[in-house]
Design a protein around this ligand. Sequence first.
Ligand code: PLV
Length: 350
Amino acid sequence: MCTCHSTITATALFLAAHEGSTGPAWCTMANHFHLNTPLLESVGMSKLVGTTVYLKMENSQPSGSFKIRGIGHLCQQMVRQSKGVVCASGGNAGMAAAYAARKMGVPATIVVPSSSPQLVVQRLQDQGATVKITGKVWDDANAEALRLAETEGLTYVPPFDHPLLWQGHGSMITEVAASLGPGVKPGAVLLSVGGGGLLCGVIQGLKDVGWTDVPIVAMETVGAHCFNAAVKAGRLVTLDDITSEAKCLGAKTVCKKAFEYSQCNELTIISELVTDQQALHAVQTFLDEERVLVEMACGAALAAVYSGLIRRLQDEGLLPTLLGPLLVIVCGGSSVDMEQLTNLKHKLQT
Ligand code: PLV
């Protein structure tokens, strides 16, 4: 069939389903904001782990991280008639909300804590967002975002705790299944946990493709470890403070759904911690070996490979010795550049 004809038909169907015949301009461009990202084999990491390692390159999303999948999906469902959106973020959820809002022609206000580096503020402003700095950590910024939603009538965009986000994030696993082809399935999935949205989204995706028996290694840094604290305590725990430099993992309390999944017998979720030094070392090694710069939040997951943690989990019998391919979610992040990396090196290596 002529591809041009099928494109017009798809667009027409999309418009009819969403807006009638006169939808906004963004509807005619594509029916989602995220890209289908590459799935790359890492020779260096495969050597370390002893099985094929696949990298799902979410760093290459237009907003710099996986967040655009869920936030783009949520915005398409909730933002159509909005005066504007407001999102509280360590940085990347805000980047995704600002990107989606710009594409939809809607104003965006992003509230970040003072711990977010200046380069994040600049990048958010470059996306056309109004940036407000409130409080020390994400939880403080979130209180302000909720207040603005109430008083200014803005649509609140949650960064990690909403079923539409999880549904949107789930698309990354559907893509992995398509890339790997029939009959190939990961031996384990490795990812980072902040507020737990990525974890819930990956589980949603695993459910969608029938892979719920695949174990998940859920990584956090010490000092941004709200999921690990909840798993250990057997209940939701609110951390006193965020002391890790992985600020984008810095929610004080993990979302309820992520905790519920950790208690679910049908899923295997292994919660582990690395130090900031290990996360930073992983960021540097990844830059050298894969030629890609990611932020500390992502380094936490990569450190599980570079620090030998995956091998240890195999030795301890928590992961099988003959492990199938390891799927690493390279969640990305915009809170990093060479200057920020140098600052972190000085701060953490002295
Ligand atoms: N960052 C959120 C929450 O911050 C934000 O506002 O951007 N990797 C990267 C690069 C991230 O930015 C985040 C979340 C995560 C991983 C963890 O994802 P989550 O929060 O869905 O578990 C406080």
